[in-house]
Design a protein around this ligand. Structure first.
Ligand code: CP
Ligand code: NVA
Length: 316
């Protein structure tokens, strides 16, 4: 049995593979908008494992798999043996014998890696403490739809050095753009944790206004990510100046877009006037989780398809 491809972190794919995936996401989205059925994953099963809460990730994977002709099964820690100590390796063996693709949202990235090492089918990281590659996939697809290629552009990250920030740093290396990062003291990035090749694609700024200057995309995320709730009060104090406001957007490029992976807290990591304002593309960004992940599942299950028809490409 050959090992399946997995999508555990953004750097698992090359720039050329992302070009392909973004073209497939466009094609799949257009077909969906024309109400044309497209069922390349007919009779296939996606298992979704959630150890943390979700609205968008569950909805986009479950709806996406159904729209591709397959079905999706939802498991969570509370109602499955995962919450009663069954080893992740054993769970992976069993779940991957009954399904065609698996998505997991969990705490440590090592859980995702251990599952993948014991899985017969492709595994997708649906968010860990360290990384959230599906979100960056949709975000960059959204940027390309609105503004064209991201290569050579500047993204401003304002806030926590968290899973989304880490994913942007990986994406910048793969797709050759820059990230200007501003985090409060003590909440900075830990590049050694995410295997960056170097420091050529990001720059650190003490003042969030400086990070936003000239940026083509400004983005922020919750001050307290899932799993860190005990730090909430300390974080509210530390992050008070890391709220993307109209002044920061005015310092960015004139045609800059604002993104947020959602859920958002207006008045904390973003001002209501920004997230609800003319530069915000957050609803397109959320919708694009669906289209981008349909392209991702098609690729992981079927490999490359004919880009004009969606027919599987025969291998020699
Ligand atoms: N952005 C995102 O992953 O949202 P959910 O937590 O609702 O899945
Ligand atoms: N950084 C956030 C992202 C939520 C989609 C979290 O991990 O809770």
């Amino acid at each position: 049995m050959t090992s399946p491809r997995h999508y555990l972190q953004f750097k698992d794919f090359t720039a050329e593979e992302y070009d392909y995936l973004f073209r497939r996401a466009r094609w799949i989205k257009d077909k969906f908008k024309r109400y044309e059925p497209y069922h390349p994953l007919f009779d296939r099963t996606l298992v979704m494992i959630f150890e943390k809460a979700s609205t968008r990730t569950r909805l986009s994977f479950e709806a996406g798999m159904q729209q591709l002709g397959g079905s999706a099964i939802y498991l969570n820690t509370r109602d499955s043996q995962l919450g009663r100590g069954e080893p992740i390796e054993d769970s992976a063996q069993v779940i991957s014998r009954m399904s065609d693709i698996v998505m997991i949202r969990t705490f440590e990235q090592s859980v995702v890696e251990r599952f993948a090492a014991n899985s017969r089918v492709p595994l997708i990281n649906g968010l860990t403490d360290e990384l959230h590659p599906c979100q960056a996939l949709a975000d960059i697809f959204t940027f390309i739809e609105h503004r064209g290629p991201i290569q050579g552009k500047t993204v401003a990250w304002v806030g926590d050095g968290n899973n989304m920030c880490n994913t942007w740093l990986q994406a910048a290396e793969v797709l050759d753009f820059r990230v200007h990062v501003s985090t409060p003291p003590g909440y900075g990035v830990q590049p050694e944790k995410i295997g960056l090749a170097g420091d050529s694609h990001y720059k650190l700024f003490d003042d969030p206004m400086d990070a936003c200057r000239g940026a083509h995309l400004v983005t922020s995320d919750v001050w307290t990510s899932m799993g860190f709730e005990a730090e909430n009060e300390a974080r509210r104090k530390a992050f008070a100046n890391w709220c993307v406001n109209e002044k920061m957007m005015a310092a960015a490029a004139a045609d800059a877009v604002y993104m947020h992976c959602l859920p958002a807290h207006r008045g904390e990591e973003v001002a209501a006037s920004v997230i609800d304002g003319p530069q915000s593309v957050v609803w397109d960004e959320a919708e694009n989780r669906l289209h981008a992940q349909k392209a991702l599942m098609e690729y992981l299950v079927l490999g490359r398809v004919d880009e004009n028809t969606g027919a599987p490409v025969k291998r020699a």
